[in-house]
Structures are given as C-alpha cells and as structure tokens.
Design a protein around this ligand. Structure first.
Ligand code: FAD
Length: 369
C-alpha cells in the first residue's frame, strides 16, 4: 500500500481529486467521491489531536437551550445513518452506536420550557416517553430540585477516530504539512500540490482543513471563521458501570465505543479566545466542576484533550468552488455537529462537483462569506 502510494506520487499519476485534510470533512467527501468511482488522494499532516480525533461524535436530535430539533434534522439524520451504515458494511467495522440520551434539566423553569417544547408532536416522536420517571438512580446521578428530564430514544455516537483510521485503508493518504501559500498552484488544466521534491497532480483540489483553514489559506482567506476551542476528559467511574446511555446535564458523559464499561468521555468547554491546541488546567477544572454537579459518585480522570471546532460565522458548514480558481474547492465549518451534518453536506458537494448539481444558497461558500 505504502509503496504504491510513493509510485503514484513519483510518476505524477493524476488523481481526480486531491483533498487537503483527512478529518471528518475530508474523509466524508472522499467517500462520496469514491462511491462515484473517482480517484482520490488525501494529504494530511497526521497530528495527534484534531477536532475529529478528539470529538465525542455525539449525534443528538434535540439540542440547545431552546429545545428544538437540530438544524435540518429530517434530512441530515437519515442521510447520516444511511451513510455510516453503508460504510460500516464496506469496511466491516462498527462505526455508529445508537443509544438513548438522558437530558437532565437544572430546575423547574427549564423543565417547564421542555414540557412546552415537547407538546410539539415532532419533538415528542424522538422521546422514549413524554413523561418518563425515574430517569436515573439518584444515588449515582444528582437530580436538581424541581428539575427532571427526558430520555431521547435514539441518539448516536460516531466512533470518529475509527472512521478516520479505517478509511485510511481505502484511500491514499499522504502524510505531509502543505504550505498553502507556496506549495499549491492551480491553472486551467490541473492543480499541483508540492510536497518535498514531488508534486501531487489532480484535476481538482478541495480544502478540508478544519480550524486551520482560518489562516494561511490564500484561496479562501475571506471566509469568516469564528472557531471555538473545546476540551474533553476521559473518566473512569466504576459505580456507573451499568450506565449505557449518554447523560446530559450540567456536563455530559458518553460511553466510549469499545471501552470498558464505566469509561466515559466527558465534556466539554467552549472557548472563543484561545487558539492553542493544548489542554489547560482551567478547562479541566471547569469540566470536573460540572461533573461533580452531575455525578453523586467518584470518578477518575484518565486523559484530557483539546482541539478547535471549525466554526464559520453563520454556524453552518459551507461548501463550493473558488470564484476564479475554479478547480479549487472548499468544505469546512462542520462546527460542533460534524457527525450529524457532515454526510448530507458532503453529498451535496460531491453532487455539485460530479453532476453539476446547483449548490443550495445557505450552503454556498460564495453566498455566505
Ligand atoms: C472538544 C470537541 C468535541 C466535539 N464533539 C463533537 C460531538 O460530540 N459531535 C459532533 O458531531 N462533533 C463534535 N465536535 C466537532 C467535530 O469534531 C468537527 O465538526 C469535525 O471533527 C471537523 O472536522 P474537519 O475535518 O472539518 O476538521 P479537522 O478534524 O480539524 O480536520 C482537518 C485536518 O486537516 C489537516 N490539515 C489542515 N491544514 C493542513 C495542511 N496545511 N497540511 C496538511 N494537513 C492539514 C489537520 O491536521 C486535520 O487533520 C467536537 C469538537 C471538539 C473540538
């Protein structure tokens, strides 16, 4: 596999697409193009911690303080489930884990808001029971006075690191840091990406750089990024060994697919003014403090990670081609909902690239920047 990759680069065998960034966005797009029979190479610097590598992969249909269905849920959720199930079959690897999510509310006022929201039959259709009780064992999990909660019947966890790793067996992934200012050229015939003393040549190039796209990309330096750093903990909590759901209250905890029972990912912070990718003492303390309000039992922190969520000002992912370098495209801004929104949006970009399908106004990078 590795030898073949080198030969392809040395002989400059053309690819239909080169994708810079093998995070969730790049990998989703690569699959959509591969499913159309296209030859794709991805180029990634293979950092230990990126948004996709640390992400919890939660897919939660009902979100936010306002308790509403996630943006375009009726389109995005079926597209995501169908996509991940298809890739699971192709890779013979489990990727998407379905489980209930318990939303615990902090007080009677919040509960009242939820009661109003769930009078909407559409929202109610995602709940296990409109008036469930009891949701959690109060010896293990704190229930606020006057509060309560609801169980969302099916939420999901995408095992993002496994999805990325397994996809590397399907796609050529060239490990390199690309200096976009100097090493990427696009003309009317093709696109060239210089890496070391070799060039990768492709018909088109798509930037899927995540939060790194916010600076140093001379093609798309006009896109208004508004990224947010996030920190996450991994905890071990033996008393919660039998808990197989996602719990979401002051903080959230989510079982980690493939890990020992009682091991959870827990988070997370949301910081707009720190672009370092290093975990901080303050971030850890913030999550631990919220976990102590959520859990009545002891837990141990076994790891602590951080990454930057790629958010674009309108909090929507954007896709499309450069206005003058028409062989150069963009897919970024998956924000905090990449696992849910990504497969549908990647399909829209692939259909635009391959079948010339028009881009929707609200997803078009040229109309929202
Ligand atoms: C703490 C945290 C928790 C999250 N939890 C969830 C969650 O529960 N559910 C959910 O759906 N989403 C979650 N997200 C968001 C989700 O992770 C992102 O939406 C998604 O991973 C973004 O993928 P991406 O491919 O756009 O970016 P990235 O994952 O950042 O990938 C970009 C890739 O491009 C590479 N790259 C960039 N520039 C270059 C270059 N010049 N040369 C070579 N390589 C380059 C990077 O190294 C990286 O590998 C979370 C994010 C964070 C930070």
């Amino acid at each position: 596999m590795a030898d073949q990759r080198i030969i392809d680069i040395v002989t400059n065998a053309p690819y239909d697409y080169a994708i810079i960034g093998q995070g969730l966005a790049g990998t989703l797009l690569a699959w959509r193009l591969h499913q159309r029979g296209r030859r794709v190479i991805m180029i990634d610097r293979d950092e230990a911690f990126t948004a996709s590598k640390v992400a919890a992969g939660l897919i939660n249909p009902i979100t936010g303080q306002r308790t509403c269905l996630s943006w375009r849920l009726q389109e995005f959720l079926p597209a995501a489930i169908a996509f991940y199930r298809r890739v699971e079959r192709e890779l013979n690897t489990p990727l998407l884990h379905s489980m209930p999510l318990v939303r615990l509310l902090p007080n009677a006022k919040a509960l009242q808001k939820w009661n109003t929201a769930v009078s909407d039959p559409e929202i109610r259709s995602y709940l296990s029971d409109p008036q469930p009780s009891p949701l959690v064992n109060p010896e293990l999990v704190r229930i606020s006075e006057g509060g309560g909660g609801f169980e969302i019947a099916t939420a999901h966890i995408l095992d993002v690191p496994r999805f990325l790793e397994a996809s590397r067996k399907v796609f050529k992934v060239h490990t390199a840091e690309i200096d976009i200012a100097n090493a990427v050229t696009a003309d009317t015939h093709c696109v060239r990406v210089r890496t070391g003393d070799k060039s990768i040549i492709a018909d088109r190039l798509i930037f899927c750089q995540g939060a790194d796209g916010r600076s140093g990309n001379r093609f798309f330096d006009w896109v208004p990024f508004a990224c947010a750093k996030g920190e996450l903990l991994t905890i071990e909590c033996p008393a919660m060994k039998t808990e197989t759901r996602i719990l979401n209250g002051t903080a959230w905890i989510a079982p980690i697919p493939g890990s020992e029972p009682g091991t959870f990912r827990a988070g997370s912070t949301y910081i707009h003014d720190d672009w370092s990718k290093t975990p901080t003492t303050a971030g850890r303390a913030a999550i631990e403090g919220k976990l102590q309000q959520l859990l009545n039992v002891k837990f141990t922190v076994t790891s602590h990670t951080a990454a930057i969520r790629p958010i674009i000002a309108y909090s929507r992912a954007l896709i499309g081609m450069h206005p003058t370098h028409t062989r150069v495209g963009f897919f970024n801004g998956l924000g905090s909902k990449g696992s849910l929104n990504g497969p549908f949006i990647a399909e829209k970009l692939a259909a635009h690239l391959e079948e010339n399908a028009p881009l929707e106004h609200e997803l078009d990078v040229l109309k929202n920047s």
